[in-house]
Ligand binder design. Structure first.
Ligand code: PLP
Length: 400
């Protein structure tokens, strides 16, 4: 099983999404095969020995380390991102955790932006400190706060841009410059932007992480994650060691689903954005909606930066604030007939969630306020339905 690497290097993004990483077995199948196996066999004892001591040719030895279907997913996403390495993981959170833990150790220091996905916030504020890592969270849009926090050495900087759910946009190149001076690797959680809109590594970031569960699958089928980077030394001596010995491996079946997801990622993201742009404009005109946060709107505090950093487009997620607070937010959710109440995102189906009581429930109220989350806020993950059906559903639910 080999790929034509030379050809794939020349391919443009859409071709990479459809064909990147494909490695056919002896049966010459069209679609990628699912290698649903944990182990591999050897012709001789000497071949097994050579596979383990590294003197033999590179081959699959155990699916916790590598698997052909997972490898196809990894290569396809690496090509799309423009990264030298990609490691698939069981979920987005295992990608975040392993990327961070492979950058630091007891006595180390990690700086992050404050507006984070709930579990990322838990890793930074609770888990890493439990293992003796000092962590600090700063307002991601406050340049002076970054300068202060990164005036001291750090191992890693973790940012999410746009952030979940407040859609704050952080200047990646600015943070990278300060972080590198502080000796830190920059890890960007690029879930909201997707590889279609934003390439953090082109702005100097060292590591990009994805929850493939979101737009990469995009059809609500399975969990997955990915860690992308260029540093061979980090691959050989840090990340791979962690992954091999702790085992957050991606299932070959999920890798296959996600491979198929990558084939249509660009098309789907384009349509998510078309619908989200139309919906953001529509929601801005509704009297019950006191605020619409969407990076594609000129009213967004970092609109210009977002356009520069995200290929001139706003993405598929919108946050809104209801003038009537929590009860108005709950009433809107309960009266939707089409849009589902769900904490997932990036799905073909439009989904709405109340971050205060769900994704960020565990975050103390005063911290939610500093993160910009209010009781009247809803997050909308705009799906692929007909835009008029989405508008009619929201119109009817807002009127109740
Ligand atoms: C969903 C999400 C994660 C976690 O991904 P899982 O696949 O659910 O583990 C991490 N970061 C962001 C921004 C997310 O939206």
């Amino acid at each position: 099983m080999t790929t034509d690497k030379k050809a794939s290097d020349k391919w443009r993004a859409a071709t990479r999404s459809v064909r990147g990483g494909t490695a056919r077995s002896g049966f010459n199948e069209t679609s990628e095969a699912i290698f649903m196996n944990s182990g591999y066999v050897y012709d001789t004892a000497a071949e097994a020995e050579a596979s383990f001591d590294g003197t033999g040719p590179e081959r699959f030895v155990y699916s916790r380390f590598a698997n052909p279907t997972v490898a196809m997913f990894e290569e396809r996403l690496a090509l799309l991102e423009g990264a030298s390495y990609c490691r698939g993981t069981a979920s987005g959170m295992s990608a975040v955790w392993n990327a961070l833990i492979a950058c630091t150790k007891a006595g180390g220091r990690v700086v992050g932006s404050r507006a984070l996905f709930g579990s990322c916030e838990f890793i930074l504020t609770t888990l890493l400190p439990r293992f003796g890592v000092e962590t600090e969270l700063v307002d991601g849009t406050d340049h002076a706060a970054w300068e202060k926090a990164l005036s001291k050495p750090a191992d890693a900087v973790f940012i999410e841009t746009p952030s979940n759910p407040t859609l704050e946009v952080i200047d990646i190149a600015f943070v990278v410059d300060l972080a590198h001076k502080a000796g830190a690797k920059v890890v960007v959680d690029n879930v909201f932007a997707t590889p279609i809109l934003q390439k953090p590594m082109e702005l100097g970031a060292d590591i990009v992480v994805y929850s493939a569960t979101k737009h990469i699958d995009g059809q609500g089928r399975c969990l997955g994650g990915a860690i992308l980077f260029n540093d061979k030394e980090w691959h050989d001596n840090h990340l791979t060691t962690f992954l091999r010995h702790t085992g957050p491996s991606m299932s070959p079946f999920n890798a296959w689903v996600l491979l198929k997801g990558l084939e249509t990622l660009g098309l789907r993201v384009d349509q998510h954005i078309r619908n989200a742009t139309a919906l953001a404009g529509f929601l801005s005109e509704q009297p019950q909606v006191s605020r619409v946060i969407y990076p594609g709107l000129e009213s967004h505090p970092q609109h210009e930066l977002a356009m520069k950093q995200m290929s001139g487009r706003g993405g598929g997620l919108i946050a809104i604030e209801l003038a009537g607070g929590k009860s108005a937010a709950f009433s809107l959710l309960d009266n939707l007939q089409l849009i589902d109440i769900s904490n997932n995102l990036g799905d073909a189906k439009s989904l709405a969630t109340h971050p205060w009581t769900t994704t960020h429930q565990r975050v103390p109220a005063e911290d939610k306020i500093t993160m910009g989350i209010t009781e009247g806020m809803l997050r909308l993950s705009v799906g692929l339905e007909d835009i008029d059906d989405l508008k009619e559903d929201l119109t009817a639910a807002l009127r109740v």
